[in-house]
Ligand binder design. Structure first.
Ligand SMILES: Cc1cc2nc3c(=O)[nH]c(=O)nc-3n(C[C@H](O)[C@H](O)[C@H](O)COP(=O)(O)OP(=O)(O)OC[C@H]3O[C@@H](n4cnc5c(N)ncnc54)[C@H](O)[C@@H]3O)c2cc1C
Length: 414
């Protein structure tokens, strides 16, 4: 067996961030990444922002293969880790190879929740996670006239706009009574719905998909609780579940994600860390443990674990969560973590399409959601990350951007 070093399972955004940070912080031991997908680690967000028909046009690359070679990172593409032996400190690949580790990082991501209705296996019914999914959807869109999107979450709404831009008739079917029901505050849900409907997306909330019917093996219509919808393409985005089976089978604590401490170490084994979509972690802005599916979370968690292993730094994970979703002409951005009980104030910006929702807990700003207002989002990120207290009264007649500027001017004068 080779010398033990750091083994990373998962070659996605979080796994990449771990090895980038390890080598960046001067770690000189062996580094191996097992990535079960056949391609170099890539970013997923571009997959749902436009239609893709050519592999060269995906725009998802992170770094070229030379990055790994020059840093002596053993990137094992297309190799799946099938088991972890925590006593022997080894991982075993699907082909039976055993590899020792000093430190193991699980960066296994999440998988899409399957659509549990008859007909979900028909041609023309897709979910979106990989470049192959994106290409299949993009190529079908070139001829599709009727598109049904199942799920009014971030990915569903992004795809609805992509299909609309292709000239398709688009219907979004959402089981809950509202779009993005758990993700953004009700006033912003309404704004988004209004905008998408105004532009021609048909939206059926409180509606269940009962089955999908085909003709000659291809999707023909979607039967919902409100009646049938014609469809040449069905795309569903109904959430994701963490890939936690390796951890569970190795005897680590899991509960909708691998449970980690504030330094992102498994609570069951300090030699094992978990980062990104698969990790459930404590966070100073959350009431309990949270599992976040975002690029920011994957990058920041990977970077923290890489530095901890390389430098022995024992800093708790407390990066401010932030997120974006591009839905056609609407850029939705979120900074911070909002709970359903927070007091939310909505403020219109200087142009009609700009909106901000400020969420307060105990009279203190905890999260900011914006539509088409990147400057306000950036101001929110700065203030929330620096833990600067902002009360509802502070924002009664001004925006965060203006407040931050005023406070800076006051500091300079003082
Ligand atoms: C279509 C789409 C659009 C998105 N858009 C946005 C956006 O606009 N903004 C945003 O913030 N976030 C977005 N996200 C979420 C974001 O992409 C994820 O949060 C991020 O990719 C998580 O990174 P990760 O490394 O944890 O997981 P992943 O990127 O999923 O990587 C995990 C990798 O591990 C591999 N793996 C799993 N098990 C094993 C094993 N046993 N052996 C070897 N390899 C294994 C998986 O195959 C996968 O390649 C989007 C996600 C999708 C799917």
């Amino acid at each position: 067996m080779s010398a033990a070093g750091v083994v990373v399972v998962g070659g996605g955004q979080a796994g990449f961030s771990v090895v980038q940070s390890l080598r960046g912080a001067g770690y000189e031991g062996p580094v191996t990444v097992f990535a079960d997908e056949p391609r170099l680690p890539y970013q997923r967000p571009p997959l749902s922002k436009k239609a893709h028909t050519e592999p060269d046009d995906l725009g998802i690359g992170l770094v070229p293969e030379s990055f790994y070679r020059e840093r002596d990172i053993d990137l094992r593409l297309g190799e799946c880790v099938a088991a972890v032996d925590t006593a022997a400190r080894t991982v075993t690949t699907a082909s039976g190879e055993r590899v020792p580790y000093e430190q193991l990082v699980l960066a296994t991501g999440a998988r899409n929740r399957p659509l549990p209705v008859p007909g979900a296996e028909l041609d023309g019914v897709h979910s979106l996670r990989s470049p192959d999914d994106a290409l299949a959807i993009g190529r079908t869109l070139t001829t599709a006239r009727d598109v049904v999107v199942v799920g009014g979450g971030f990915i569903g709404l992004e795809l609805a706009r992509v299909a609309l831009a292709h000239g398709a008739r688009v219907t979004v079917v959402e089981l809950a009574e509202r779009l993005l029901s758990r993700a953004v505050s009700p006033r912003l849900q309404d704004r988004l719905r209004e905008r998408h409907e105004r532009d021609g997306v048909r939206i059926h909330t409180g509606t269940a998909v009962e089955r999908i019917e085909g003709r000659g093996g291809r999707v023909h219509r979607v039967v919902t609780s409100q009646g049938p919808l014609r469809a040449d393409l069905v795309v569903y985005g109904i959430g994701a579940v963490p890939r936690e089976e390796l951890a569970r089978e190795a005897g680590l604590a899991v509960a909708d994600g691998v449970i980690v401490d504030e330094q992102l170490r498994s609570v069951s084994d300090p030699r094992i860390s978990a980062v990104g979509d698969c990790a459930r972690h404590p966070h100073p802005h959350a009431d309990g443990l949270v599992r976040l599916e975002s690029v920011q979370n994957a990058i920041d968690q990977g970077a923290l674990v890489g530095r901890r292993i390389a430098e022995g730094a024992t800093v708790p994970y407390q990066s401010l969560p932030w997120f974006w979703s591009d839905q056609g002409p609407v850029k939705l951005q979120i900074a911070g973590l909002r709970a359903s009980t927070d007091e939310v104030r909505v403020v219109a910006g200087d142009i009609p399409e700009r909106v901000a929702a400020y969420a307060f807990r105990d009279e203190r700003l905890v999260a900011v959601e914006t539509l088409n207002w990147p400057a306000e989002h950036l101001a929110a990120r700065r203030l929330l990350q620096q833990d600067v207290p902002v009360s509802p009264a502070d924002l009664s007649a001004t925006t965060l951007g203006a407040l931050a500027r005023a406070r800076r001017t006051k500091e300079v004068r003082a």
